[in-house]
Design a binder for this molecule. Structure first.
Ligand SMILES: Nc1ncnc2c1ncn2[C@@H]1O[C@H](COP(=O)(O)OP(=O)(O)OP(=O)(O)O)[C@@H](O)[C@H]1O
Length: 296
């Protein structure tokens, strides 16, 4: 039976222990679970998450994106589905599961399933919750959603190293963590903390992506290192984790994401080429890591 999501969905009372069990059951259907994090806000974490997801979908993989950035959910807008209505299905035991809206970008990608707090709360309404409630909401967006079978589940976490990340990482067995940074010192300091958090959580594959690495001057074509040079790569080396690549600042990337179209769909841009390269490297590394783990 399909019904419309109740308008005043009571997040706090929407499932308790069985919820954790549902997450555990569902994750068996997801081949790779990848968290996208950043030590610092505003470095382009959501931009990287949606472009990685779209690049994977462009290659024919089935992808789900969970916007776990409950306080600033932008993913649905960036993927052009923010106006979609979320339906829910009632199960025999009485629990509801939301049906994630999908976008296949006019057939340019396989459909991407998207779930975000942004669907359930009006855009101008702030979410003023204590941490435990936020954690619960994120868990519901995992366990009370009909995700189905996926090649990749991408989770866009809130910035920083807060307790929500800790709890979700304890519930869900992540295959990889991608830490997004910009090249400047202040961002790198916080990025190191995020890398170490993922190491402590035992995530098998950890990698750094450097966003806003450089700007190609639209007038002279010269490369400008606006925020310094090579910081992300040096940090990855220092921490002993992989470096997946650099994404340049691209004015079109900002314009495109404001219009709900990930830049990776604009094949001729430097940012799109960078994202495709990153995704190819990521797939290879994930397969290698999985093989190594199965041999242990
Ligand atoms: N490579 C890029 N080139 C141009 N603009 C970019 C690039 N990466 C991100 N942006 C823009 O920067 C802004 C912030 O990006 P985004 O929302 O992805 O950051 P975030 O780290 O997820 O932020 P928050 O910490 O608020 O969650 C957006 O307007 C986005 O379009």
């Amino acid at each position: 039976m399909t019904i419309k999501t109740p308008p005043n969905l009571n997040i706090a009372g929407f499932g308790t222990d069985p919820l954790t069990q549902r997450i555990k059951d569902k994750e068996k259907e997801w081949t790779y679970k990848i968290a996208v994090l950043s030590g610092k806000g505003g470095v382009g974490k959501s931009t990287v998450a949606v472009n990685l997801a779209t690049a994977l979908a462009k290659k024919g993989y089935f992808v789900g994106v969970l916007d776990a950035d409950v306080h600033g959910p932008n993913v649905a807008k960036m993927l052009g589905v923010e106006k979609e209505e979320v339906l829910a299905e009632k199960f025999e035991d009485g629990h509801f599961e939301m049906i994630p809206p999908m976008n296949d970008f006019m057939g340019q990608t396989t459909p991407i399933k998207v779930m975000s707090m942004g669907f359930l709360v009006p855009p101008d309404q702030p979410i003023i919750w204590r941490g435990s409630l936020v954690t619960k909401a994120i868990k519901q967006l995992l366990g009370d959603v009909k995700w189905g079978s996926l090649d990749f589940m991408i989770i866009d976490f809130p910035p920083g190293t807060g307790d929500q990340i800790l709890t979700v990482t304890q519930t869900l067995k992540l295959d990889a963590a991608i830490i997004v940074t910009t090249p400047q010192e202040v961002a790198l300091l916080d990025t190191g903390k995020a890398v170490n958090m993922m190491k402590q959580m035992g995530v098998p594959y950890i990698a750094v992506v450097e966003n806003m690495s450089y700007l190609i001057c639209p007038h002279c074509g010269n490369k400008i290192d606006l925020f310094g040079e090579g910081g992300g790569e040096k940090l990855a080396q220092k921490e002993g984790v992989d470096f997946l690549g650099k994404v340049p600042i691209d004015v079109k990337a900002r314009e495109a994401s404001d219009n709900g179209i990930p830049i990776v769909l604009y094949d001729d841009t430097a940012a799109a080429k960078a994202f495709m390269k990153i995704v190819e490297k990521l797939i290879k590394k994930l397969e290698e890591t999985k093989k190594e783990k199965s041999e242990e």
